[in-house]
Design a protein around this ligand. Structure first.
Ligand code: UD1
Length: 389
């Protein structure tokens, strides 16, 4: 492909990012196109779903993501408002740019919104990280996953279980390809640049000795509405974290939603301990350093389940289900939900040295984006030439 001409009437691959977990997935894809298929033009579109410095700007720098060609600046809103606003602003862009396809990643509102606009305009949709299912429709991301996959023309998966999910939903196998995990491409490409945890603490004004504790330290992230939006759930979760901090120092990187709710519900006292480090959302390289050095991770994030599996760090996922079952079956992940007793038992097990060590899943080898570029470029060319005959 490298030496082939891109037809002048075939538009760019429009790559969509909207929120934090999209950035680490898109960075290797853009790099793979420029390294392996340099003839293919790309266009980076940011919907602006995440907008503040901590959630956005630092990650762009850390991941060496180019400045977006276009920013739709949608900002916050209810799910309906946010989704509708992305659609409304994306449609004229699609008309003006006429991309050859629109490539979306993951499961955030921007993923579905852009896919839906494309499907109505018959612009091919490419979904990276397709087929993951928590089977929990109360999760907004699950709705985004199911619908985006229904709309997608090419679907790239991270684990084989995704193929069964897609087959059950009537999606033809020839549209689906197992390529591995682009998020792990980012992790492997950046591991050498990860910031030491002591430096991260020092720069945030905390005692770096906390992450040199002989017990090690734990990393916590929490942001799912189901965990943080009701005081009845959030208060016991923070109480068990506070209790855990007596045994092992904890570093929390707080999402704005969670920080806001802790203040609103008057729960800040629960985290007021010299063994709890409260940080704002971290840059990618800071977070990678914190995770790689951790003895345990407690989180309700999707991505952290995969990153801890790739790093071999035991992870307790504060959710009742996961859309990434391979992290439990093969990796270091254990589902503990939001029940304090289960969380306590999980922590006990890890601190006794009986945490999971796991193994790295198939094709999580740092080359997933390369496989996507190698598959997508000829697919677009073949589709283009078929449309002319
Ligand atoms: C979104 C994604 C979720 C992803 C998460 C990671 C959806 C449905 N959810 O959830 O899949 O795991 O991002 O970060 O798309 N806020 C800020 N600054 C920002 C962004 C948000 O202060 O840059 C605040 C806003 O006040 C907002 C709240 O955080 O009300 C939640 O943001 P939102 O974009 O609605 O969803 P997330 O919870 O971040």
């Amino acid at each position: 492909m490298a030496d082939k001409q891109w037809p002048s009437d075939l538009g760019p691959v429009a790559c969509i990012v909207g929120a934090r977990p999209n950035f680490m997935k898109m960075a290797p894809i853009l790099r793979a196109f420029s390294a392996h298929c340099p003839a293919v033009p790309t266009l980076l579109v940011h919907t602006g779903q995440h907008y503040d410095k901590d959630m956005n700007d630092r990650l762009f720098v850390d991941l060496r993501l180019p400045h977006p060609d276009i920013n739709l600046e949608v900002g916050s809103g209810t799910h309906a408002v946010q989704t509708a606003e992305v659609m409304r602003r994306f449609e004229p862009l699609l008309d003006a740019q006429r991309p050859s396809c629109v490539l979306v990643v993951g499961d955030v509102n921007s993923t579905l919104a852009c896919a839906l606009v494309c499907a109505k305009k018959q612009v091919p949709v490419v979904h990276v990280e397709a087929g993951l299912r928590s089977h929990d429709r109360a999760m907004p991301e699950e709705i985004n996953r199911v619908l985006t996959d229904q709309l997608a023309d090419r679907l790239y998966t991270t684990e084989r279980s995704a193929h069964d999910n897609l087959a059950r939903e009537g999606i033809a196998a020839e549209r689906v390809s197992f390529v591995g995990n682009v998020m792990i491409d980012s992790l492997l490409a950046n591991r050498q640049f990860a910031h030491p945890p002591t430096q991260t603490l020092q720069q945030a004004g905390f005692d770096p000795a906390l992450v040199s504790d002989p017990q090690g330290y734990g990393v916590v992230t929490l942001h799912r509405p189901s965990n943080v939006d009701q005081v009845e759930t959030l208060a016991p979760l923070l109480a068990v974290l506070s209790e855990t901090a007596q045994r092992i120092p904890l570093v929390l990187a707080l999402h704005p939603r969670t920080r806001g709710n802790i203040e609103r519900f008057g729960l800040a006292h629960l985290l007021c301990s010299p063994r709890v480090v409260l940080l704002p959302p971290q840059g990618y390289l800071e977070m990678l350093g914190l995770l790689a050095g951790a003895r345990l991770v407690l989180s309700d994030s999707g991505g952290l389940q995969e990153e801890t599996t790739a790093l071999g760090v035991p992870c307790l996922t504060l959710r009742a289900n996961t859309e990434r079952p391979i992290t439990v079956d093969q990796g270091t992940n254990t589902l503990v939900g939001s029940d304090p007793l289960a969380i306590r038992q999980g922590v006990d097990q890890i601190l006794r040295g009986a945490g999971k060590s796991g193994r790295v899943p198939e094709l999580w080898d740092g080359r997933a984006a390369e496989r996507i570029a190698a598959d997508l470029a000829p697919w677009l060319l073949a589709r283009h030439s078929a449309s002319r005959h």
